[in-house]
Design a protein around this ligand. Sequence first.
Ligand SMILES: [Zn+2]
Length: 76
Amino acid sequence: MLLKLLGFIVVVFLIYIFFFKNKRKDEIEKSKNDSKKLEGDTMVECKQCATFVSHNEAIIKDGCFFCSKECAGVPR
Ligand SMILES: [Zn+2]
């Protein structure tokens, strides 16, 4: 009887560990994707002409985003 109970606890424990591990893996993958998204595909609005450009292409001047050097007021 005690052995059966022990076996049952072990099985439940293993199932719990299995699901817990999978959940953690998913969360790690999710957070990875989120940070990737933030670095790459985030759209920012040009302060001058209100055009949306990707974070990578945006020009940052005085803490504001601009779509081009012309909008940022950078002399050519
Ligand atoms: Zn612009």
